[in-house]
Design a binder for this molecule. Structure first.
Ligand SMILES: [Zn+2]
Length: 303
């Protein structure tokens, strides 16, 4: 091959490479995390059928931590972290978002300090999980997932529980506590999915991939038959001030992908302008939950 031809080809390749680089820098760096509400709504409309009628939740335990852990730079004033599970009620069935936890897993979170645990409520969560048609979890931490793993009924619950591939991986290789380590045998019994951004879960429901808090974090969008919309954001923040102020947690015992968390909080903050009627619900914000119950937006009971 003539050397001149090779030289020309290399120059052309080099130019193409430069053009590519220019195009990328002109667009700017992609945010560490983003989502499109329009795409989420479309995804939630894909599965035919009647949409849910209402959302219930129940608090089965508490952590007593000062607010500065939940929201960076907040004052160290007392703050209750409610541990909760959500029940999306359809005309003929229910879907559980998060599955509660037993007393043993609860004690892990107290780190030697006995924190409030409500056995009657925990029992009701267990019953609701048992009766649910389908179960999903916002992420692979014990207070959300133990109810379908560290449970005598795990073998029966797994075939109606959807876990993401990332959640399964984390639960098998680096579980938050030994009690929720997934064995290969049990892992095989779950419905395991893998998706890039959005996943149509049920009529009116979509999963949204949400890296940041844990590798397997996801948010759950719900559009009721009435038209009311909810976004169950799991532990994207522990207190809604995190969304309002766009500030992450300041808890030394957890490791998060900070840029992804902040990008997600920024996006959630923007929803208050672009979708003011959409109700963003954090798993652990006791103050918000009290307010939503008072307004009739959430019911504090399970059916
Ligand atoms: Zn949690």
């Amino acid at each position: 091959m003539p050397q001149r031809f090779i030289f020309c080809a290399l120059v052309l390749l080099g130019l193409a490479g430069l053009q590519g680089a220019t195009a990328i820098s002109a667009q700017g760096a992609a945010p560490a995390w983003t989502a499109s509400l329009e795409d989420i709504r479309r995804t939630a409309s894909l599965i035919p059928g009647r949409r849910p009628l209402r959302i219930n939740f129940l608090k089965f335990a508490e952590s007593r931590r000062t607010k500065n852990f939940s929201v960076k730079d907040a004052p160290a004033t007392p703050s209750i972290q409610a541990r909760t599970a959500f029940q999306v009620v359809y005309p003929d069935a229910s879907v559980m978002v998060d599955a509660g936890m037993d007393l043993t897993v609860h004690r892990f979170f107290g780190r030697g300090v006995e924190e409030p645990y409500f056995p009657d409520a925990a029992k009701q969560v267990e019953q609701a999980v048992g009766k649910a048609r389908l179960i999903v979890v916002t992420h692979e931490h014990g207070d959300h997932v133990a109810g379908v793993i560290h449970s005598a009924a795990a073998g029966q619950l797994a075939p109606k529980t959807i876990l993401t591939r990332t959640q399964v991986q984390a639960l098998m290789t680096s579980p938050q506590m030994p009690e929720i380590r997934l064995t290969e045998d049990l892992a095989r019994r779950f419905i395991v999915i893998d998706y890039d951004m959005y996943y149509p879960l049920a009529p009116g429901m979509a999963l949204i991939k949400a890296a940041g808090h844990t590798p397997g974090s996801q948010m759950v969008y719900v559009a009721l038959e009435s038209g009311r919309e909810y976004l169950l954001i799991g532990d994207a923040t522990w207190h809604m001030d995190g969304v309002r102020l766009m500030k992450g947690k300041d808890a030394p015992w957890i490791t998060e992908d900070q840029p992804a968390v902040l990008a997600q909080l920024t996006w959630l903050n923007g929803l208050s302008r672009t979708a003011p009627n959409l109700v963003v619900v954090a798993s652990h914000d006791e103050e918000q939950q009290v307010e939503l119950v008072q307004k009739g937006i959430l019911a504090s009971r399970l059916e």
